[in-house]
Design a protein around this ligand. Sequence first.
Ligand code: XMP
Length: 515
Amino acid sequence: RLLIVDFGSQVTQLIARRLRELNVYCEIHPFQKVTPAFLAEFAPRAVILSGGPASVLDVDAPRPVPEIFTLGVPVLGICYGQQVMMQMLGGRVERGTGRAEFGRAHLQATDAPLDLLEGWFEAGGGREEVWMSHGDHVAALAPGFSVHAASNGAPFAVTADAARQFYAVQFHPEVHHTPNGRRLLANFLRIAGFSRDWTMAAYRDEAIRLIREQVGDAKVICGLSGGVDSSVAAVLIHEAIGDQLTCVFVDHGLLREGEADQVVSMFRDHYNIPLIHADEQDLFLTELEGVTDPETKRKTIGRLFIDVFQSHANRIEGARFLAQGTLYPDVIESVSASGGPSVTIKSHHNVGGLPEKMGLELVEPLRELFKDEVRALGRELGLPEPFIGRHPFPGPGLAIRCPGEITREKLAILRRADAVYLDQIRRHGLYDEIWQAFAVILPVRTVGVMGDGRTYDYACALRAVTSVDGMTADFYPFSAEFLGETATRIISEVQGINRVTYDVTSKPPGTIEWE
Ligand code: XMP
């Protein structure tokens, strides 16, 4: 496996994504954690030093332990990684003169060919487009290093000590704006001798082996939300240990139309996984009566969920483990640039906090995977395609799509409007282009006219966004025709709504959900 030492670049995760696409298993660890003991235990076959926001010229600049360079394995330094490597190996880095090189740049090869650059400079008249983003730059090479490509702003854009298999580049090969970056990373993997055989089928077999080893003959409880992550985790664990697994599905009354039935029939009937369907709609909706503050809604739901889950789980005799669909992005410890606490925008609700309360050990078979890898694993496990491609749905459900007081009447109207909206999106073949789409019922009634009569009904807002990770998002540019047709359908098919608006806020400054 390959070790990525993180110095806090915004795009470190992309390095891991690219390597996994090349069928190599890798892990990201913050530089502070990579001690000599860690290295001995991890035994990487190759190391990549990421970019980062710091300057190596600062006294407290983050540095890897020097043992990285005595492991005898190939090392690739990217951007900050290049600079820190040069500095530690005896070269010199200079502070930028204020004109940081940022954005597209063109590399020109020097006449010293390099195995890392195989396949580069063949097309496009001996130039390669790359993505640069740096202030400081290397000013003198470390002993043993030579230059293999340069750009106008970076005379040491690609440097290497091929004998020691140390490579250091100033640009970012992991981003899409470096079109041939994948080739460079593939070359690095070849140099390091990786066989590139890490596939989902292999992951599945290995995960099943590990689950069996961890669990033995104990029982496992899994909280099922109906989302992709917990579903894939449940099916995988069921494959490993069969009926030692029991799933608990809490219906809080804030699910979408037909959702509870779908989950129950898929898991209980199709997969034959023992499933407790906790229908607690009354409890949740009663507790939420009169609650209008978004954070109070979220906290109420989170608290009740834990209580309900716990009471059902307690009835499963001999349960020692709790399964969770935790993904890799939740696990990666981030290198915080500011070091300070970040502001809570929304208290996210999931099953976090449960295991300590219940004295259970965790089983998290997806903790090494990115979202699209979880989808690939779901396919490998035979989960139906429409299910795998489903948009994310938040733990607090429709509660945060119903600003103001939540009533059964409003929820019923919202469910219908949401279903018609999604049906429209599917009919027009747009579902897979969109990250998330949903309706929101607004806490206002407006006047309308239908037939010969006056109406006084709720207004709803439609939301659809594109995003790669939910952290930032753009509103989806539906055609006016699509929006008009959808509004007409919602108003004629959903009793209780007489006005439809489209939310054109991106994130930031908006968030995806309304609350
Ligand atoms: P926001 O609204 O913060 O949402 O822009 C970003 C993504 O997170 C989802 N979301 C949640 N998911 N529990 C979840 O599991 C939550 O409490 C929660 N709140 C928001 C949201 O749907 C979007 O995909």
